[in-house]
Write a protein that binds this ligand. Structure first.
Ligand code: HEC
Length: 156
């Protein structure tokens, strides 16, 4: 009986390992995760950047053009910086096979700079927000330079 239980447990462990093994999508970005876990809705990196990152970036560019006059302006900065920072967490599972460590380092840097922008928004500190905004875009661009051959260089 004990042997049967052990064998069963081993089979379960092997199945868990097997189902957790990463698979690559056609574009080479890894977007496969176990069931009941974070799961990409859009497999394409292009669509993900175009519909999640780009609109938040474009709105922030407007919100950051001048110090917000009211709470609505600060709310816009907080909303879009948090969207971008949290979305950077979704980049880790999309790392390409080649250059994974660099990719993850860029995702982490972008998330941290995005978090600094959000924190400045919470404090309503426009000077700190300006510094964090430029630093965040520099991190976004560092990834674009390495993985997109310098395309999509974003300006503050
Ligand atoms: C870890 C890498 C990485 C990071 C970090 C990253 N991006 Fe991207 N981004 C990409 C890749 C790859 C593409 C090109 C996708 C494609 O077209 O296949 C891209 C494309 C874009 C585009 C062009 C979308 C289009 O429709 O042409 C925008 C805008 C963009 N990113 C915004 C951002 C912003 C804003 C940040 C920082 C908050 C950011 N990205 C951080 C990898 C990254």
């Amino acid at each position: 009986m004990l042997r049967f239980v052990c064998a069963f447990a081993l089979t379960l462990a092997a199945m868990a390992l097997f189902s957790a093994a990463p698979e690559s999508s056609a574009a080479g970005y890894n977007s496969s995760v176990p069931e009941n876990d974070v799961e990409p809705v859009e497999q394409s990196m292009h669509e993900f950047m175009e519909y999640v990152f780009q609109p938040a970036y474009l709105r922030l560019k407007q919100s950051m053009a001048a110090a917000p006059a009211d709470n609505k302006g600060w709310k816009a900065i907080k909303a879009d910086s948090l969207t971008l920072a949290e979305s950077c967490n979704l980049l880790f599972s999309r790392a390409p096979e080649e250059g994974r460590a660099d990719w993850n380092a860029h995702a982490k840097a972008s998330r941290e700079k995005g978090a600094a922008l959000y924190a400045a928004g919470v404090k309503k500190d426009f000077a700190a927000a300006g510094t964090a905004w430029k630093a965040m875009l520099e991190s976004c661009n560092t990834c674009h330079r390495q993985f997109e051959n310098g395309k999509h260089i974003l300006q503050p």
